[in-house]
Ligand binder design. Sequence first.
Ligand code: AMP
Ligand code: ZN
Length: 138
Amino acid sequence: MDSCIFCKIITKEITAHIIYEDKDSLAFLDIKPHSKGHTVVIPKKHAVTPFDLDEKSFQELLLDVKKTMERLRDVLYPDGFNVGWNQNTAAGQIVPHLHVHIFPRYNGDGGGSMHSIIKNPGKMNVDAVARLFDKKKK
Ligand code: AMP
Ligand code: ZN
């Protein structure tokens, strides 16, 4: 799917406020920011989720997430970060090109933690979930 919206940002057909770029990745300010400096980091290879990306490209992406966070730290001086991605529609993914969200966080900004994304553990207790892994050894 070479014509996805984020692929068009890579080819510069669509403009974005790019804050970090190298041969593997591009980081740009989210158009509808959830915090000051909300940024998305994308691999230049089109992939919907990490499962579609080769190991080396995923490693490069995570390294570039760190470099982008350093850039945000040096320009905006946040007090913390939340970092992660929405994977598949069940988890809220809208744009079908893998993108790591970086939310710079500021003391007293009123936001929550990762734990506020979901609180619905289902009916199985943790021991029962662990047994599923024992049954299906690698
Ligand atoms: P999601 O797929 O739900 O993880 O989020 C997609 C994110 O991409 C949203 O936060 C959008 O605001 C952001 N977004 C969509 N189009 C653009 C664009 N052209 N430039 C910057 N950010 C965008
Ligand atoms: Zn794409």
